[in-house]
Design a protein around this ligand. Structure first.
Ligand code: ARG
Length: 257
């Protein structure tokens, strides 16, 4: 081979190798090897996260679950969703056993010391669920009553604030909203302090129950992350896109109708 031919030949081989390498990289990327993030939630909070047993099989469903999948789709990632006690969510994030949480979680100042939050994606008022026969006339009718709240929830704070104003109001803490609903139904507690959205869902599913809104209280909800998470801004951008496209509203409307 003459020198020129040899140079041309090695040049072409070089180009071929480069193209082969690049397309290899591409096929690597376009294959199914997406990043998987672990999401934790507390599946006791209809219609945002709950177990649907209506079709014979038990699946975790709800508005938060749909929003999480829409965000994952936007970000090109896959999700591994785990159902844990609400009270275990913050520790799971702090120890990086989870990458994020969607559980209708309120970004309180207290929590912000230990975990980080996305922008707000939904807000709701707070209500008291009671037996229909014992519906609250006003906040003052809570005097001397036993009121339940979910352990570790911000509603625990709201209940404590109420207890400062209302004489001999007792607060009962339990892990699961479903257990608290049962306590109301059997009359062991007089009411459950919870966001309006699950209050409405539980009341619709149990005709013996009713609920009243507490005018002064409102909560907003955000996605929770470990403090140093690299995902917060990416999720915020994806949230904005879903909002702009009307997808967020479409999902909440579907579950809140
Ligand atoms: N918003 C309240 C909080 O952040 C209650 C959330 C309850 N969520 C649930 N999946 N049980 O504390």
């Amino acid at each position: 081979m003459s020198d020129l031919k040899y140079k041309t030949f090695s040049f072409l081989v070089g180009i071929f190798l480069c193209v082969a390498l690049i397309s290899c990289g591409d096929s690597e990327r376009s294959s199914d090897k997406k990043i998987t993030l672990t999401m934790v939630t507390s599946g006791d909070n209809p219609p945002f996260e709950f177990h649907d047993t209506s079709r014979g099989k038990d699946g975790l469903v709800g508005a938060d679950i749909d929003i999480a999948h829409a965000l994952a789709n936007e970000l090109g990632i896959t999700l591994d969703i785990k159902d844990i006690d609400f009270n275990s969510i913050v520790p799971a994030l702090q120890t990086h056993r989870a990458d994020f949480s969607m559980a209708l979680m309120t970004p309180s100042e207290e929590r912000k010391k230990n975990i980080a939050f996305s922008d707000i994606y939904y807000t709701s008022r707070i209500a008291v669920v009671t037996l229909q026969a014992k519906t609250l006339e006003s906040e003052n009718s809570l005097e001397g009553k036993k009121i339940g709240v979910q352990l570790g929830s911000t509603n625990e704070q709201a209940a404590k604030q109420l207890a400062n104003k209302i004489k001999s109001l007792q607060i009962i803490l339990l892990n699961k909203l479903g257990e608290l609903i049962q306590e109301v139904r059997v009359g062991r507690i007089d009411g459950l302090l919870v966001e309006e959205v699950p209050a409405k869902a539980y009341t619709e599913a149990n005709k013996d129950l009713d609920y009243r809104i507490l005018q002064e209280y409102q909560s907003s909800f955000a996605i929770a992350f470990p403090k140093d998470s690299p995902w917060i801004e990416k999720f915020n951008v994806a949230l904005k896109k879903l909002k702009a496209r009307g997808k967020l509203e479409e999902i909440t409307r579907k579950w809140l109708k």
